[in-house]
Design a protein around this ligand. Structure first.
Ligand code: PMP
Length: 439
């Protein structure tokens, strides 16, 4: 399967070699480098990516989930064009700040005030800083296996290797990157997902130190791993009891699993919400917002600056996406397609005798080819069959379908531009390869 891929992507290989001589690992984000070589993109439109060998891929990765509107959405492109002649960067206040903030507030009940950023990383970084400033407590509590971007505090225990996990109720702190000082680990505690008792114990032991808890309300970076019923509400109550600011990282779930993200989907009230990706329709924008009292900390002490923050270009994209593109009808459309894709996978796996679990929430999902359904990062590590996944992934690429990003821990995104025929095409590709995979 891999050799077929290599044959199909000879020009990509040449170009990739050239890029690597100028850019470390030949990519702009290290996750994008994979063996034998990533295909090199020429262009995208609608629901398709085209590589430099002229292969096209029906795209369900959608830019790691940033593209719920699909590529080159006409309304978003038009909105951007309309801004180009009126200035693309103002380092002064402008009306779109209020317009875009209002759209986010409509979707998130707990959000009274909003600040804009340029990425998910910046959104979680500033949410955490604001929480620490508000509580006056320095420590962050973070979930084992959750990803929140690349600033130092969250580069701990994201993808801990098997031998270093430590006690299940008291996961080890493992720094994920050279260059992150050891001392950073002293400002973070790590907790297991879906275990309220273990989390309470950690909060109790560090009651004067932990000022912020950050969670992905669905652990999207461990393959759409949902919370147990009552888990998120349980965390709400624990945060109140121990004086901790409760942060939802909705970079991947926001405006996707429901119009108001996981906050709406599970009906739980965090204090702060970090957002990015699909709020901007493929333009680089993030935001964080939340309870007035917490957000006002930014006015007296907690730093949040940035030259490109809230530039009119990306805020045009945000207002267009939230007002005009992600409508109620659009959610109905993508959610229906999501159910169809999930059901199709179940059926084909049953027929072909492939063991696995479809894990999906509305338009987001993944198939884990595991004997058991995994409910946290450790179970994922324990049960995932990397080789099987790799075979599936290359086989799908060879059929012209990009089912999700490279890693088995990632999810598919169904965009508003996908149609029923694209789901059929995706399932047809899987059906074609299923017998061979089953062997
Ligand atoms: N939080 C979550 C849950 C994410 O999935 C990501 C990116 N995959 C980030 C934060 C970081 O966002 P960005 O890549 O825009 O910095």
């Amino acid at each position: 399967l891999e050799s077929t891929y290599i044959n199909r992507t000879a020009t990509s290989k040449e170009r990739y070699d050239e890029i690597q001589s100028h850019v470390p690992a030949g990519v702009a984000s290290t996750y994008r480098a994979w063996d034998p070589h990533p295909f090199v993109v020429d262009r995208a439109e609608g629901v398709h990516l085209h590589d430099v060998d002229d292969n096209s891929y029906l795209d369900f990765d959608m830019n790691n989930g940033a593209g719920m509107v699909g590529h080159t959405h006409p309304a978003v492109t038009e909105a951007i064009k309309s801004q180009l002649d009126n200035g693309t960067l103002f380092t002064h206040p402008h009306n779109l700040l209020a317009e875009a903030a209002k759209e986010l507030k409509k979707r998130w009940d707990p959000v009274d005030l909003v600040r804009f950023t340029n990425s998910g990383t910046e959104s979680t970084m500033h949410a955490i800083r604001t929480a620490r400033a508000y509580t006056g407590k320095d420590k962050l509590l973070k979930i084992e296996g959750s990803y929140h971007g690349v600033h130092d505090a969250v580069l701990i225990s994201k993808s801990t290797p098997k031998g270093k996990l430590g006690h299940p109720e008291r996961p080890a702190k493992v720094i994920e990157s050279d260059g992150v000082p050891e001392a950073i680990a002293d400002t973070v505690e790590i907790a297991p997902w879906n275990d309220l008792d273990a989390i309470e114990e950690i909060m109790r032991n560090h009651v004067n130190e932990i000022g912020a808890l950050i969670v992905e309300p669905i652990v999207m970076n461990v393959g759409v791993t949902q919370p147990y019923k009552e888990f998120l509400q349980g965390l709400r109550e624990l945060c109140d009891e121990y004086g901790i600011v409760y942060i939802f990282d909705e970079v991947k779930t926001g405006v996707k699993v429901a119009p108001g993200g996981a906050t709406e989907y599970y009906d739980v009230e965090p204090d702060l919400v970090a957002m990015a990706k699909s709020i901007g329709g493929n333009y680089p924008v993030g935001a964080f917002g939340g309870r007035e009292e917490v957000m006002r900390t930014i006015e007296n002490g907690a730093a949040h600056f940035g030259t490109y923050n809230g530039n009119p270009l990306v805020l045009r994209a945000v207002t267009t996406v939230l007002r005009d593109v992600l409508t109620d009808d659009a959610y109905q459309h993508v959610n229906d397609l999501g159910e169809k894709l999930a059901a199709g996978y179940e059926e084909i796996m049953t027929d072909a005798g492939i063991t696995g679990h479809v894990k999906n929430v509305n338009s987001q999902g993944i198939v884990h080819f595991t004997d058991e359904r995994v409910n946290n990062y450790r179970e994922y590590l324990e049960h995932i069959d990397e080789e099987f996944h790799e075979n599936y992934w290359f086989a799908m690429l060879n059929q012209g379908v990009l089912p999700h990003p490279h890693h088995a821990s990632q999810q598919w995104t169904i965009s508003v531009q996908h149609e029923e025929e694209h789901i059929d095409e995706h399932l047809e590709a899987f059906k074609n390869i299923a017998p061979r995979l089953a062997e």
